[in-house]
Design a protein around this ligand. Structure first.
Ligand code: FES
Ligand code: FES
Length: 181
């Protein structure tokens, strides 16, 4: 089995170079090599989106990528953010303040078991990043949120509370929705 040398930035920290099997999934790399277990294995076949992580494109915009069906080699030299990377932390690594979308999911009781939540957090973060660059018209907001979250599977809740939380954060963040007129 071939080995590859992996370097990347995860949650702002430089990782590697590390020698790993070329067939190591990104999900296993996060769990087994970096001890970042917040990214969850759901279906393992690319359907549920529980395992999504955020990756920075070359132009600085963000995208979500499924870590279960993509090997670690796809992420070499990329900037990756997992669910552990959104909150503000102090020098000891303790969480000082959650990201607004994380706080909103708590306040809206959006999740129950929470297995799907990292995927929803990351998808919402990417959506918010996109709207900062390309604000959405108010009449298109609900469709835009639905489109961003539609592939995420949750076996506990009815999705409505996730939707409302994302909508609240977008509507209360200046500049994400086009002003009328
Ligand atoms: S665990 Fe990756 S898409 Fe379901
Ligand atoms: S909260 Fe349990 S799967 Fe979504």
């Amino acid at each position: 089995m071939g080995k590859i040398s992996v370097t990347m930035v995860v949650n702002g920290d430089k990782v590697g170079p590390m020698e790993v099997s070329e067939y190591t999934s990104m999900l296993d790399f996060l769990h087994e090599y970096l001890n970042l277990t917040g990214t969850k294995l759901g279906c393992g076949i690319g359907v549920c989106r529980a395992c999504e992580v955020v990756v920075e494109r070359d132009d600085g915009s963000l995208e979500v990528v499924r870590s279960c069906i993509n090997n670690v080699g796809r992420f070499i030299d990329k900037k990756v953010t997992t669910v552990e990377g959104h909150a503000r932390r102090n020098a000891d690594g303790e969480i000082e303040q959650l990201a607004p979308i994380q706080q909103a999911f708590l306040e809206h009781f959006s999740f129950q078991c929470g297995w799907c939540t990292p995927g929803f957090v990351n998808a919402a973060m990417v959506l918010i990043d996109r709207l900062k660059r390309e604000p959405v018209a108010a009449e298109d907001l609900e469709a835009t949120i639905s489109e961003a979250l539609q592939h995420h599977i949750c076996r506990c809740t009815g999705y409505v509370r996730y939707f409302r939380a994302v909508k609240d954060v977008i509507e209360s963040t200046p500049g994400l929705v086009k002003s009328e007129g």
